[in-house]
Design a protein around this ligand. Structure first.
Ligand code: DAT
Ligand code: MG
Length: 184
């Protein structure tokens, strides 16, 4: 299998690096996820990261807390700037610290959307993060990149420019540490 994959990568002109080849064949992806300010304020960040770790089957490769600037929020939500709720959305996203994360794994963009649940928590399936932690469509606990091509990569670049992505051994402990520091 290994030799076959390596040949395939060569045929596609992707070079002969076996790791790069397997990653491309397996559809390895990164996605940007963020615990939103209101969920942070309710103290739900660590419990949400527990769900991600348990259900996503992926690795967290970057995590930080920060309060998004208006400029960052407007860039992040650029595609929605003609919506009637855009003002509220920006105000809410910039209202306090978020826990921004990059998760990496096989098909992780779509998997994260599944684990998050529907945008409106009234429509979210049982066991999803939004079913468990969201209060309303405007207070829906978590952001995750959508599956439009290029969307996740764009958001990773906006929120984590020039980062070297290294697996975090214990994302739950890291979230605990960061959220305590942000609250202090
Ligand atoms: P998602 O966050 O599931 O990707 P989206 O990209 O369509 O959903 O919208 C971004 C955020 O905007 C969403 O998480 C909450 C807010 N939002 C969406 N539709 C809304 C609405 N009808 N009223 C108020 N806020 C809304
Ligand atoms: Mg979206």
């Amino acid at each position: 299998l290994f030799i076959f994959l390596n040949e395939l990568s060569w045929l596609r002109g992707m070079g002969s690096d076996p790791t790069g080849c397997i990653i491309s064949v397996m559809n390895m992806q990164k996605t940007f996820l963020a615990i939103k300010p209101k969920a942070m304020q309710r103290g739900d960040a660590v419990d949400i990261v527990k769900v991600l770790e348990k259900s996503l089957g992926a690795e967290c490769v970057a995590m930080k807390t920060y309060t998004p600037s208006k400029e960052l929020a407007e860039k992040h939500y650029e595609a929605l700037n003609d919506k009637p709720f855009f003002g509220e959305l920006i105000e809410s996203f910039t209202s306090g610290p978020i826990l921004g994360m990059v998760w990496q794994g096989e098909n992780v963009v779509a998997k994260a959307r599944e684990v998050m649940g529907a945008t409106n928590p009234a429509d979210a399936a049982e066991g999803t993060i939004r079913k468990l932690f969201a209060k309303s469509i405007g207070d829906n606990a978590i952001h995750g990149s959508d599956t439009e091509p290029g969307s996740a990569q764009r958001e990773v670049e906006i929120h984590f420019p020039a980062s070297d992505f290294t697996p975090i051994a214990d994302p739950v402990a890291e979230a605990q540490k960061l959220t305590q520091a942000a609250a202090a």
